[in-house]
Design a protein around this ligand. Structure first.
Ligand code: FEO
Ligand code: CA
Ligand code: CA
Ligand code: CA
Length: 742
């Protein structure tokens, strides 16, 4: 989500629940504060030409490509397109010589006999169990061999699996949401909203160079907020997981707010539960009195307090024993001592990584508790090495949250490459979880979150841990206790397949401060070194802190290593921003960006795709996707950033990657109005790129009878309501998309 509130849903990452006082070592050591006079930076923004509407290719700069001689360039990789200009058009812009085609939109049917979507909100809630969900997000293409099994080389046929993170309810119903007396009075609307969340599995096929999806494939599947899920790993079947739905704590229903994703070496998909906390109704003023101090601490740390997104818990089910809606009520209502007669523990069954086997449509997804519970953005594995443990990195997207690493106990066996959910049972249910500390000298350390280690015992002062299940269910509290480094909203991690270096988008943090840190407002430090303004337009109030975000990278010495080195690959900025303090990566009009979020390496070319979810630079451009030649950790050098905030200054030492210039970083795509670009997948041959356009038109609250009031009409055009959708991008010459290996 954007930093701003989106639609009718709150954006929980805005509120930030990390008020822990664990010391940020770097901030103590590095923010050398002094008082001095105000310095003004030079701000402003060069306007650029905008392209017209439609999905056709847009020409841009016609310079000949230069030979890439940058240090550390990955494998003679060259970007093979001309940069796309920033745009405010209600259209998708791609480079000249490329075609972008719409593949799969909100409401599109995934089974035979399901009517085409009318896009007027009149479909039933139940029909959405066989339609595309809303807010397309993280995505992966699983090649499908002729034997019906996963093939990492098949490009003409595959299963496209994607998350549907959230909804834009204004457009989902004929007249918007029906709410009376602070309650949902039309149950079918809630059914539709719950079904519009979750995951899609669709079979896609290539014919004559273009892709379509099959409505009659037996692989097609929707996983929704109704789908039964098994709880797996150390926290499963423990007392904190007991609900009226599962008295032994072995299962739960559904998944929501599946943001980004991962895919495993054994051919399964990982859907990550991000801003799940807001879906639960827990009126703290009423419930807190019935809860222990430990429970209150845990609820506060995860933000489980409020009316519940979309008031789902208030809808009335068809019968008294149907708890489809009431299970969103996480208050203690029953008289049992163990929670088996209500849903007081239901929130503990959310916040996990969900493993899905897309090749078996009847399989039950499994929530992998060994990987920790937080606002999971995505999950990215290091390339597996036979005989060695598997390593998976994960970000917790909220202000001031942390970066995590999971290391499997089992060593990788290449014979497991098509193992399905049994692979997850082997590699994801038993392992060690670590959290990152970034140090001021360019090194870092991973601290294990294991019960009995590093102070994670019943003697911990903030929260007395009972056992390892408790540590995992309250991962954030454990990470606080070991002094993890607060980061600027950790979003996607991507691992460079060429060298195992990992990249993490730190999208932005409007609460980063230069001086006088306080709970929820950490001071600048080496890993988050900038404090600056981003003026939106001439008259608008400047956003302070780190409004444009950055991309940090690190490399572990080995899979099990607890030490790493890091630097900052790129700093988001306007190209016109102060080069000494803000535009540290020397971005130009062809590659400047803000609020990086989606991040993925091409396995084919090794280039890095960067997607934005920006609300800072929306005065000059819609959200975008860029392609980067990744470079190498340490290809830049140490820099001192002389931050300024009014009369206060603060110098911070950091490590800045080599400036990419126009040859190593180019804008590839700009989306339609008020969208986010998120989720990218490629065919193994690198010739087709799937990209998700999330929630076009979401910022503008529409009057449904007046199409002129809609924030976007993409992709259908005319007076249509906007729809999230997957597009497929190909080169007209049939070549690899984004880059070419010399
Ligand atoms: Fe759903 Fe952190 O983005
Ligand atoms: Ca979003
Ligand atoms: Ca985001
Ligand atoms: Ca995201």
């Amino acid at each position: 989500m954007h930093e701003s509130t989106r639609g009718e849903s709150p954006a929980p990452e805005d509120s930030g629940t990390n008020t822990s006082s664990n010391p940020s070592l770097e901030s103590v050591l590095n923010a050398r504060l002094s008082r001095r006079s105000i310095l003004k930076g030079s701000f402003g923004f060069a306007s650029t030409a905008f392209f017209g509407p439609g999905l056709t290719a847009c020409a841009s700069r016609g310079d000949a490509l230069q030979t890439n001689t940058a240090p550390g360039a990955a494998r003679s990789l060259k970007l093979n397109f001309d940069a796309v200009a920033k745009s405010l058009a209600d259209a998708v812009s791609v480079p000249a010589g490329h075609t972008a085609a719409v593949l799969y939109r909100l409401g599109d049917p995934i089974a035979t006999g399901v009517a085409q979507y009318r896009n007027d909100g009149t479909e039933s809630g139940a029909s959405f169990a066989q339609r595309a969900g809303d807010h397309h997000d993280g995505m992966h293409f699983f090649g499908l061999g002729s034997d019906g099994k996963h093939s990492t080389s098949a490009s003409d046929r595959g299963l496209l699996v994607m998350n549907h993170e959230s909804i834009t309810p204004s457009y989902l119903h004929a007249g918007g949401q029906t709410i009376a007396g602070h309650a949902r009075t039309v149950a079918d609307e809630v059914v539709k909203e719950m079904n519009a969340h979750g995951i899609s599995v669709i079979e896609v096929v290539r014919n004559g160079g273009s892709f379509s999806y099959k409505t009659d494939s037996p692989f097609n599947r929707r996983i929704t907020a109704f789908t039964e899920m098994a709880l797996s790993g150390p926290a499963a079947k423990t007392p904190m997981m007991i609900t009226a739905y599962s008295r032994d704590g072995s299962k739960t229903r559904g998944t929501v707010n599946n943001c980004a994703n991962g895919h495993t070496p054994w051919g399964t998909y990982l859907a990550c539960e991000e801003n799940w906390a807001g879906y639960f109704r827990r009126i703290a003023a009423r419930d807190d009195a019935n809860r222990s101090a430990r429970e209150r601490t845990a609820f506060a740390r995860y933000g489980v307090a409020g009316n519940g997104n979309h008031l789902w818990a208030t809808a009335t089910a068809a019968s008294a024993d149907d708890t489809s809606f009431s299970r969103w009520n996480a208050m203690k209502l029953g008289s049992s001592t163990d929670g088996s007669d209500d849903f007081r523990n239901a929130a503990n069954t959310y916040g996990w990584i969900v493993e899905i086997d897309p090749f078996h449509a009847a399989s039950t997804p499994r929530k992998r508790t060994a990987m920790g519970r937080f606002a999971h953005e995505n999950a990215a594995f290091l390339p597996p090495v036979a005989g060695r443990p598997l390593v998976c990195y994960m970000g917790d997207d909220s202000r001031g949250e942390y970066l995590y690493k999971y290391v499997s106990s089992a060593a990788w066996d290449p014979a497991d490459a098509n193992k399905g959910l049994a692979g997850g049972d082997k590699y994801l249910d038993d392992g060690r979880l670590y959290v990152a500390r970034f140090h001021a000298d360019g090194t870092g350390s991973w601290v294990e979150l294991g019960f009995g280690r590093n102070g994670l015992t019943s003697s911990n002062t903030t929260y007395a841990f009972a056992d390892q299940a408790d540590v995992l269910i309250n991962t954030r509290l454990a990470a606080d206790a070991v002094g993890a480094t607060k980061l600027d909203r950790p979003e996607w991690v991507a691992v460079n397949p060429a060298n195992g270096e990992a990249y993490l988008t730190l999208t932005n943090n409007s609460h980063r401060v230069l001086a006088n840190p306080s709970p929820g407002r950490p001071a600048v430090d080496s890993a988050s070194p900038r404090f600056y303004n981003d003026p939106k337009g001439a008259a608008a109030t400047a956003q302070k802190g780190n409004p444009n975000g950055h991309i940090i990278r690190w490399k572990d010495a080995s899979a099990e290593a607890t030490a790493f080195r890091w630097d900052v690959f790129l700093f988001g900025a306007r190209s016109t921003a102060d080069a000494a303090r803000v535009n540290l990566s020397k971005l130009t009009a062809d590659n400047d960006f803000s609020s990086p979020d989606g991040l993925r390496f091409s396995n084919h070319t090794g280039l890095l795709w960067i997607q934005t979810d920006d609300s800072a630079c929306t005065d000059v451009t819609n959200c975008m996707m860029l392609a980067a030649v990744p470079g190498k950790l340490g290809d830049g050098g140490k820099r001192t950033i002389n931050n300024v905030d009014g009369a206060t200054t603060g110098a911070v030492d950091t490590y800045v990657g080599a400036a990419p210039g126009d040859t190593r970083l180019r804008r590839f795509l700009v989306g339609p109005k008020e969208c986010e670009i998120t989720g990218v997948a490629e065919t193994p041959d690198g010739k087709a790129l799937f990209v998700n356009i999330q929630h076009p038109g979401e910022d503008t609250r529409p009057t449904l009878g007046n199409p002129a009031s809609f924030g976007s009409h993409w992709p259908d055009g005319g007076d249509a309501r906007p729809r999230s959708a997957t597009i497929v991008i190909t080169r007209n010459d049939g070549g690899t998309v984004g880059g070419t290996l010399a």
